[in-house]
Design a protein around this ligand. Sequence first.
Ligand code: HEM
Length: 343
Amino acid sequence: MQGESTISSITTQSAHISRVWGLIPVFIAAAYPLFLQGFHSVISTSGKDEISFTTTAIILLGAAFIVPIFGLIFAMKGPDFANTRRLAYMVVTTPALYTLLGTLQGMAQSPIPDELIWYVLWFSFGILVILNAKEIKNKPSDPEFTAYWKVIHGLSATLVSIFILFHMANHFFSLKGADTYNAVMELGEKVYRNPFVEPILVIFFFFQILTGIQLMWRWSTRSVPFYQSFQVASGIYLAVFLLSHLNAVFIYARIYLNIPSDFAFASGAPTGIIHDSWNIRLFPYYTLGVFFALCHLMTGIRTVALVKYKSHRSAIDRVWTVMILVSGIASGIIIAGMSGLRI
Ligand code: HEM
């Protein structure tokens, strides 16, 4: 009897340790603004040829990218609790959440610094996770339920992908400068800003977010193989990215500021993305927006391909790897163009 109670006390203790260990992502996410501030202060003070300043700036900007990557790794390898895993997936959305917060703060003309709200937000998430400690481990998913939502989510994705691919192609023209970018955008606008098309497009994007959240809510509690985890992580990033992006375009630019949502707006003109203390948050935000949008699509296509051609798994995985590399290169080129690189 005594042995049993000792075992149960050890189990309870180790569960407590796991829960506390599961809070590490909170500290990592909370530190995110510090990396961006550090980058900004380094590039504001450095002279052009100082290698050590450049290296420090690159490390700090790199650290901002490590935050969401850490979230993904923690969601896969961290403690096996539903709430800590969901928290880790939330950490993946850090760049999008911080941009959304900054825009909402700007619109509310809030005198409270973004960083303060950010710390309160993350530590509240952490406390919620500790208080919600009784949550069951590894909730099973209902395969019929997820299959149903997966089909619906996939079908509407086909439609929004047409817009996304044009939109991404449009961003490549940033390498040619604002005029070319805006000219291509105006061409596209004839279709996607048509009064009949635009509401349908926006409804489809919201539908995509809602069905994605349905799926994510089921999958995010479970320990799943890498591909599913990556699909969930890229999906949750996109959900927050789209909320932030649609708010910035439709409400902040077009209604609140009453300015065109053109290249100047998107690239934070006149200071640009790199040299402004607020705009620097757009760098990881856009890069991962493009990267995850393409990866989410590619990983979805991989799943469909595997259902049809199960025996060709290794070939399908090779194509997937190439497509992820291509997505990385595409997002790198786009952010370089949006940040001022011209060819
Ligand atoms: C480098 C990254 C990105 C930048 C700089 C960017 C910029 C913009 C700009 C300037 C607009 C306004 C277009 C206009 O007024 O015609 C816009 C609209 C929009 N973007 Fe993006 N975008 C990016 C990535 C994405 C991604 C990854 C998605 C989807 C996953 C997306 C979805 C949308 C949607 C749905 C609209 C609204 C279209 C409409 O006006 O009806 N964007 N974006």
